[in-house]
Write a protein that binds this ligand. Structure first.
Ligand code: FES
Length: 316
């Protein structure tokens, strides 16, 4: 799709909301469900995915929120520095890897920072269908929290939902007690979390005894630096050996050599570039493999992970 930016609004100290519509007014936008995202080909050549944060089902436009990352790898900086009203962007989707179970007895949502974006869409949907929900939303400061007024408005108008907030500048070192919140939730509740790595780790720890079907997470950033090159890869299926230079990823080395391999986020988040390792030990820097998968050293993400030794043999 070609989407044009209809408006840009600063909604928190580092978060902007971009409203997008089809270019030239085109036919209706494809519908989406809560938790969906769009993937954009940005003007600087990067490919990045962003959650849709409007009310699903009522969309005349798509709305995405972008947080200006302190150490932006180019994605959020591109949005903030070069994309304004009238800009035209190529986008793919909507796709949903973080779907909402609308039949749950109760829904407990945890969001941290810009992780509120898919969660805000979910809360709007839950409110619309009259479902029971509670949101626990943390951010560095009030000024860093997007959609606060809208959330509290929704809470006031809803008989079924509640919003609790946690801010580092609240003076009490406020953090949700996830374990206690999860323990007191009704049976058959579903639990969702979108936020920084530390929050996701705490959430997974607090929910590890629950059925996997009731625990849902979405990662929006890989906080680990990509591995550096300085080793070689042998592509067993092609009989080709390539040197991966310092400062370059395996994925970019392959693409530069004209070898077509699947990829999407280039950040270790989507698993599109997952590849079997036949020999050698990868240095894992992704956010998608489980600890067991990592320890097996049988698969790796080409976009961000490297090698512990001098050579890897890959099933390509
Ligand atoms: S391209 Fe998304 S994990 Fe590698």
């Amino acid at each position: 799709m070609k989407l044009s930016v209809r408006s840009v609004k600063q909604v928190a100290s580092t978060i902007r909301v971009y409203e997008l519509g089809l270019m030239n007014g085109g036919p209706a936008l494809p519908p989406y469900s809560a938790g969906s995202h769009l993937t954009f080909d940005l003007p600087n050549g990067l490919r990045r995915s962003y959650s849709l944060c409007g009310a699903p089902g009522r969309a005349g436009n798509y709305v995405v929120a972008v947080n200006r990352a302190e150490n932006s790898r180019g994605g959020s900086a591109c949005w903030f520095d070069t994309i304004d009203s009238g800009a035209v962007l190529d986008a793919e989707g909507p796709k949903n890897d973080f779907p909402l179970v609308e039949t749950a007895a109760h829904t407990v949502l945890f969001a941290g920072g810009v992780g509120i974006t898919p969660v805000w869409s979910m809360v709007q949907r839950l409110n619309e269908i009259g479902a029971s929900w509670e949101l626990h939303y943390g951010a560095r400061t009030h000024a860093h929290a997007a959609f606060l007024a809208e959330l509290h408005d929704l809470e006031r108008g809803s008989g079924e939902g509640s919003v609790s907030t946690y801010f580092d500048d609240a003076g009490n070192g406020s953090r949700p007690d996830m374990r206690a919140i999860i323990d007191r939730a009704p049976r058959d509740s579903h639990f969702y979390c979108c936020g920084p790595q530390g929050m996701l780790d705490a959430f997974l720890q607090a929910t590890h005894e629950l059925p996997a079907s009731h625990v849902h997470i979405e990662r929006f950033a890989n906080e680990q630096a990509a591995a550096s090159g300085g080793f070689s890869v042998y592509l067993a299926g092609r009989g080709i050996e390539l040197a991966v230079p310092e400062g370059k990823s395996i994925l970019d080395t392959l693409l530069d050599a004209g070898i077509d391999v699947p990829y999407s986020c280039k950040e270790g988040l989507c698993a599109s570039c997952e590849t079997a390792v036949l020999e050698g030990v990868p240095e894992h820097r992704d956010s998608v493999l489980t600890p067991e998968e990592r320890a097996s050293n049988k698969v790796m993400m080409l976009c961000c992970s490297g090698a512990r030794g001098e050579r890897l043999v890959l099933d390509i």
